[in-house]
Design a protein around this ligand. Structure first.
Ligand SMILES: [Zn+2]
Length: 292
């Protein structure tokens, strides 16, 4: 039985191609925990989570990646944010009835896939592609085609294992600055594409690789854990409050007695009373270099 919430990297010894394999279960469930998402929204969040994990694993530096779907459909936003330590969080917004069999196009409508790469140090990069593919994987491949030189393929599967939702994915990418023959890459991609959800979501990684590539020499590296982690904090909420006009804050305090800020990602509440607000304003004096 596979251990979920792990990311594996692997390398083909005879081709300049690398691979990644990830499955997520607890991480996905924790993202959905404080929401009552319709099934198609859950599925797309699982796919986005897998995609974000695979993409962050391609980073050569510390930083994070946000993969976001936005459009004019009933699900106008779905976003997953993850970092190079495979700490993930995400949220979706939707309105109205969502048909149980809604596909990507029905959910997002006319929309975009937005990928934002934020290095811990250095310039932020953002790539935007229209939703032309039928699946998230196809849209991501389109993004790689337009934004990077490295040929990349993604394969994403979702399902249930023993009553729990599990999502998994594989990524193949030509190694930078090496000559992988297009035929070889296409051959490996064709093998990878045959992966069934049941195999990817239930078998240990080395069994999956054996089933797909038993005629190839493949090195599988130690896995990295994937986990749910929200980056919200009381300090960040205080920063957000500082950006609001005083009258607005005063009016909420007058009406409610306190300000209750709720994190969309993890469901945490941060409560500020009038004493807290006074302290925040004190700390926000012009002498404070942190305040812009
Ligand atoms: Zn949070």
């Amino acid at each position: 039985m596979a251990q979920h919430d792990q990311l594996h990297r692997y390398l083909f010894e005879n081709f300049a191609v690398r691979g990644e394999l990830v499955t997520v279960s607890d991480t996905w469930q924790q993202i959905m925990e404080h929401h009552d998402y319709p099934a198609p929204v859950k599925t797309i969040l699982g796919e986005l989570l897998v995609a974000t994990s695979l993409l962050t694993a391609t980073l050569k530096f510390d930083g994070d990646i946000t993969v976001q779907l936005q459009g004019d459909g009933p699900m106008n936003l779905a976003v997953i944010n993850g970092n190079n330590n495979q700490q993930m969080r995400g949220v979706a917004r939707y309105k109205g009835e969502i048909p149980a069999d809604a596909d990507l196009k029905t959910l997002v409508g006319n929309g975009y896939l937005v990928i934002t790469i934020t290095p811990a140090e250095g310039e932020r990069y953002q790539g935007v592609v229209g939703l032309e593919g039928d699946t998230l994987a196809a849209c991501l491949e389109d993004y790689f085609l337009r934004s990077e030189q490295l040929p990349t393929r993604l394969f994403i599967r979702t399902g249930d294992v023993e009553g729990k939702p599990v999502a998994g994915g594989m990524l193949l990418q030509v190694l930078p600055a090496q000559d992988a023959q297009a035929d070889d890459f296409n051959h490996l991609a064709a093998l990878t594409e045959t992966i069934k959800a049941e195999e990817l979501l239930t078998l240990p990684a080395n069994d999956v690789l054996w089933r797909l590539y038993h005629e190839e020499e493949v090195t599988l590296y130690d896995p990295q854990n994937v986990e749910f982690k929200c980056t919200c904090s009381r300090e960040r909420c205080a920063d957000a409050l500082r950006t609001l006009p005083d009258e607005e804050v005063n009016s909420i305090i007058a009406d409610e007695g306190e300000i209750d800020m709720n994190c969309d990602y993890c469901g945490n509440h941060y409560v500020f009373n009038s004493m807290d607000i006074a302290e925040i304003r004190n700390n926000a004096s012009p002498a404070d270099p942190q305040v812009h």
